[in-house]
Write a protein that binds this ligand. Structure first.
Ligand code: SF4
Length: 306
C-alpha cells in the first residue's frame, strides 16, 4: 500500500523497555518522506516513529521493518526519531522558501500510529504539531488512539485538518482477536465524538473527520446497527477490503496470524466479497434513511483530504 521508507537512521541504541516494547533511539536524517503510490495525493508522509506498539495482526507496515528479525517481532520494537521536530522545522522552512504560496499536504502517519502508548512519554507527535502550526499544511492524521484528545489545543489551530480514526470493526470480540493491544472500540467512538465537538468550528477553517474501516473486519450481526449508527458523527467512512490472500507485495510477518484469524471468521471471510458488499449496502441504506451527511469512500480515494 505504501512505498518503503528510505533508510534514515544510524547508531540505534536500545535504551529502555516500555511495556514490553524495545525502544531504540535514533537520529533521523530526513523526516518528510515524499508521498508515492497509495499516498500520492499528498506531498509527504510523516512518521515520528518506526514500528508500532499496537502490532495489529493484519498490519502491512510490518513488511517495511528494517530487518527480518524486527519484521517477525512486529509490535515489540519502536524506533524513536528523537530529532524529528528539529528536522521537520528545517524541511518545512526549505519547502516554504521554494513554494512560498503553497502549503504542503502531509499525512501523519503511514507506517506507524503517531499516538501509540509511547507518545505519552515522548510527546514526539505533539512536538511535530507545534512545528507544523507555523506552516499551516493540509494535514491528515491517522490514528486509533484516544490519546489524540490530549492535543485538541493544537489541533484546533490547524486551518485544514482531517482526522481519520481507525475503527475496523464494531465488535469488541473481533477487535481483541485481530488487534488485542489496541484501544477498545468504545473508546475510539468516544474519541471521534470528543474531537468533533471540542474542536471549534471557525470561519475559513476546514476541519473534517473520518472513520477508516480499513481493513473491514467482521462485525457480529448483533453489533452492526449500533456501530453504523455511531458512524453518523463523521463526514466520511472509508472502507477497504482485507489484503487479498494472493497479494504478496505486502505480505507481513504477522500475516500467518491474520490468515489464521480469517479462518476463525469463516462465516464472514468465506464469502469476502459478499460480506464487504453487504456491509457497504447496510451503511448506504442506514445513512440514506437517516439523511446522514456521510460519504462512503473506498480504498485509496478515501484516504485523500478531499
Ligand atoms: S496501529 Fe496501524 S501502524 Fe500500528 S500496528 Fe496497527 S495497523 Fe499497523
Amino acid at each position: 500500500m505504501i512505498a518503503p521508507q528510505k533508510e534514515t537512521h544510524h547508531n540505534w541504541i536500545v535504551r529502555e523497555n516500555f511495556s514490553g516494547t524495545d525502544i531504540y533511539l535514533a537520529q533521523a536524517k530526513t523526516i518528510l518522506n515524499k508521498a508515492t503510490g497509495f499516498m500520492n495525493s499528498y506531498d509527504f508522509t510523516l512518521n515520528p516513529y518506526r514500528g508500532c506498539q499496537y502490532g495489529c495482526s493484519y498490519c502491512y507496515a510490518a513488511a517495511f521493518s528494517p530487518d527480518k528479525n524486527r519484521r517477525q517481532n512486529w509490535g515489540n520494537w519502536v524506533i524513536v526519531k528523537e530529532n524529528a521536530a528539529q528536522i521537520l522545522e528545517k524541511e518545512l522552512a526549505r519547502w516554504q522558501q521554494k513554494f512560498p504560496n503553497i502549503a504542503p499536504k502531509i499525512y501523519l502517519s503511514s507506517v506507524t500510529d503517531p499516538y501509540q502508548p509511547l507518545e505519552v512519554k515522548r510527546q514526539l507527535t505533539r512536538s511535530l504539531l507545534k512545528v507544523m502550526l507555523a506552516y499551516q499544511p493540509t494535514l491528515v492524521i491517522q490514528t486509533r488512539s484516544p490519546m489524540i484528545i490530549r492535543d485538541i489545543d493544537l489541533l484546533s489551530q490547524f486551518q485544514r485538518l482531517r482526522i481519520n480514526l481507525s475503527i475496523p470493526t464494531g465488535s469488541e470480540r473481533v477487535r481483541k482477536d485481530f488487534e488485542p493491544r489496541s484501544p477498545s472500540i468504545k473508546s475510539r467512538l468516544q474519541t471521534i465524538n470528543k474531537l468533533k465537538y471540542n474542536i471549534p468550528v471557525k470561519a475559513n477553517y476546514d476541519i473534517r473527520f473520518s472513520v477508516t474501516i480499513t481493513p473491514l473486519l467482521p462485525t457480529f450481526p448483533e453489533d452492526e446497527i449500533n456501530f453504523i449508527q455511531q458512524l453518523t458523527v463523521v463526514d466520511r467512512v472509508v472502507l477497504q477490503d482485507f489484503h487479498p490472500s494472493n497479494n504478496n507485495t505486502l505480505t507481513a510477518s504477522t500475516r500467518k496470524n491474520a490468515i489464521a484469524l480469517k479462518d476463525k471468521y469463516a462465516w464472514w471471510y468465506g464469502n469476502n466479497k459478499h460480506s464487504y458488499q453487504n456491509f457497504k449496502q447496510k451503511l448506504q441504506d442506514y445513512f440514506t434513511a437517516l439523511l446522514a451527511d456521510v460519504e462512503i469512500m473506498e480504498g485509496k480515494a478515501g484516504f485523500g483530504f478531499d
